[in-house]
Design a protein around this ligand. Sequence first.
Ligand code: NAG
Ligand code: NAG
Ligand code: NAG
Ligand code: NAG
Length: 558
Amino acid sequence: MSSKKQSFFVIFVSSFFLFSLLEINKANRSVFVTPSPPSSIVSGGYWELLQSSIGISAMHVQLLPNNKVIIFDRTDFGPSNLSLPYGTYCPGNDCTAHSVLYDVDSNTFRPLRLVTDTFCSSGSLDHDGILIQTGGFSQGDHLIRIFTPCDSYDDCDWNELNQSRLVDRRWYATNQVLPDGRIIILGGRRVFTYEFYPKDDFLNNHKSIYLQFLVETRDPDENNLYPFLHLLPDGNLFIFANKNSILFDYKRSIVLKQFPLIPGDDKRNYPSTGSSILLPLRLSSTGPLVVEVLVCGGAPSGAFLKADTMKIYVEASRTCGRLRVNDQDPQWLMEFMPIPRVMPDMVLLPTGDVIIINGAANGTAGWEDAVNPVLNPVLYSVNEEPDRRFTVLSPSKIPRMYHSVAMLLPEGRILVGGSNPHTSYVFTGLYPTELSLEAYNPYYLDPKFNSIRPSIVSVESGSSVLYGQRFGISFSLSLYKQGAAFAALMSPPFTTHSFGMNQRMVVLKTASVVQLTMFEYKLLVYGPTNGNVAPPGYYMLFVVHSGIPSHGVWLKVT
Ligand SMILES: *[C@@H]1O[C@H](CO)[C@@H](O)[C@H](O)[C@H]1NC(C)=O
Ligand SMILES: *[C@@H]1O[C@H](CO)[C@@H](O)[C@H](O)[C@H]1NC(C)=O
Ligand SMILES: *[C@@H]1O[C@H](CO)[C@@H](O)[C@H](O)[C@H]1NC(C)=O
Ligand SMILES: *[C@@H]1O[C@H](CO)[C@@H](O)[C@H](O)[C@H]1NC(C)=O
């Protein structure tokens, strides 16, 4: 208690003649930075309505390696606005769909048959690009469901396995693919354990393991559900819940390190839902790999009970915290977003920057617990100066409140859907159940960048690459600038409740660039170092030139 707080202020004057403030707090050594406009020329991008209704509300989404998106909500909402094909067996007389398969390339969708309840569940793609979806609610809370993508658009549907079940109920749990291809499933409502998939006698996976951290981070109103998980390049897990985070050795079940609390009063996990991403792992840079986690948004302590019981919607969190997790003595850098936000989705762009999108400026996650939707996405420019990282982008017209989603598509667009803060489908009043799908097109898709936009022609290794393998990527481009191109892998996350599970970006190490013809070049790169850096599975490969990404192509890392 005797430690004297000493703060000092540094005033910057930006080129826009606006003041910004940097405060370094010596007592807790976290640094607070307030934003001013960024120096880069970024325009607002534009929105596109893809479907006015897909018949269900996009609560959970996963992009598959055949450019289809599996979308689902829950089976206990009552009938949806999409009928199952005539003759489908429908238990409980609900002959409507609660899941669809959306085809990105043709902008069409078809109903899928889902019987057990997937409400507030989790998922991951396995190393073969098969969706392993885990848990949900009521009779579905121990289920492991499988969706195997098919080439024929009409052929595949859910397989709701019941032979191999989860050990514990997984409702609001988080998944992460591991370097050996297994999947860890961690936490959930009143469940303080983790377990692994697949269930296998040889792997001894038929039990769950207690994790005290999940008890310690639980408030009376929770604030630790859907914990943020990131697999780190040292093979350990970064786990964040509430305001706390740890470095966790899941193999030996040992907490290796406790990181400082994220500063301030804001809680970051459900129902004070914020979001988090692992910033790009740049294998291209010289020197030790920098490993950073970004956490944005959330709601102050007590916000959920105020919203839920008194209908008082306090202002959402204004801050992002950025932590270099592999520093000797990691300290949070705190940055102020231009708009407060709870339930933000954070989407990594192939440029290496981050879009913060969806959510509300007051209240929390939960039924009817938020107001004041934030319609403007915000760009977070990872490598800008600390006070000029945020740019406010063009607004959507559609509020995306509780149960909305956003994720990157191979063309570099962001798919945005869902929103349903009600316990059933409600199409009247404030924040009606949203059945629409939109795309947000970031600035880099503007045709004015066409001359510097690379286009991938071929990948030398074919559709897969080994760890450390050197391979060539041919791309065409009209105006090439020496040294301005890199290649990156982007994983397709499972997104729900404002968190993209398994979301990561790996910037590949470049060996050389050679010119093949007048407008064609070959980038020689190395596959990711190992499974800690990039767990096995499918990634979208992008070439980025002068900050403008190509279209992504699928590449399997094995
Ligand atoms: C869904 O169906 C209901 C009942 O037919 C209808 O009132 C409503 O407008 C539909 N909603 C949308 C978004 O299509
Ligand atoms: C799955 O198996 C369990 C245990 O055998 C059983 O109680 C449950 O009813 C089954 N659920 C479904 C959806 O078939
Ligand atoms: C760190 O200092 C800042 C600025 O004074 C303060 O707002 C914040 O609450 C402190 N964080 C902790 C964890 O004490
Ligand atoms: C949102 O929070 C701000 C700041 O506390 C408050 O002034 C405003 O009235 C709130 N808005 C709503 C709609 O409750």
